[in-house]
Design a binder for this molecule. Structure first.
Ligand SMILES: Cc1cc2nc3c(=O)[nH]c(=O)nc-3n(C[C@H](O)[C@H](O)[C@H](O)COP(=O)(O)O)c2cc1C
Length: 85
């Protein structure tokens, strides 16, 4: 996202960032702080294809997340890993 911010400062077109964005809070913060115009997510959407709907509905408790360290999936709020992408 630091790269996106640098690119955004020298172009006049929308900039999309990607990489280890796993939570709606981080995605929102990136856009609100003007670091990028859009946030793309790869593994977070593989782990939970309903991520965007749950984020809109504020349903964090049931969100499936991806560990940035191991790539393992887990249910938010629980430690138990149940898969690796
Ligand atoms: C299973 C999988 C397949 C991917 N395939 C491509 C691809 O074909 N082309 C590409 O540019 N990036 C590909 N990527 C990289 C993603 O677009 C993204 O840059 C990367 O996963 C980092 O974002 P994330 O942390 O949100 O997963 C792939 C990632 C994964 C996990």
């Amino acid at each position: 996202m630091h790269l996106a911010q640098a690119i955004k400062s020298v172009v006049k077109i929308p900039v999309i960032t990607v990489g280890r964005v796993r939570t709606p809070e981080l995605a929102n913060r990136i856009v609100q702080e003007g670091k990028a115009d859009l946030v793309s997510m790869g593994r977070a959407l593989i782990a939970d294809p309903h991520f965007p709907r749950k984020a809109l509905e504020g349903d964090w408790k049931r969100l499936f997340l991806v560990s940035p360290a191991t790539g393992a999936f887990r249910v938010s709020g629980k430690e138990e890993a149940f898969g690796v992408p």
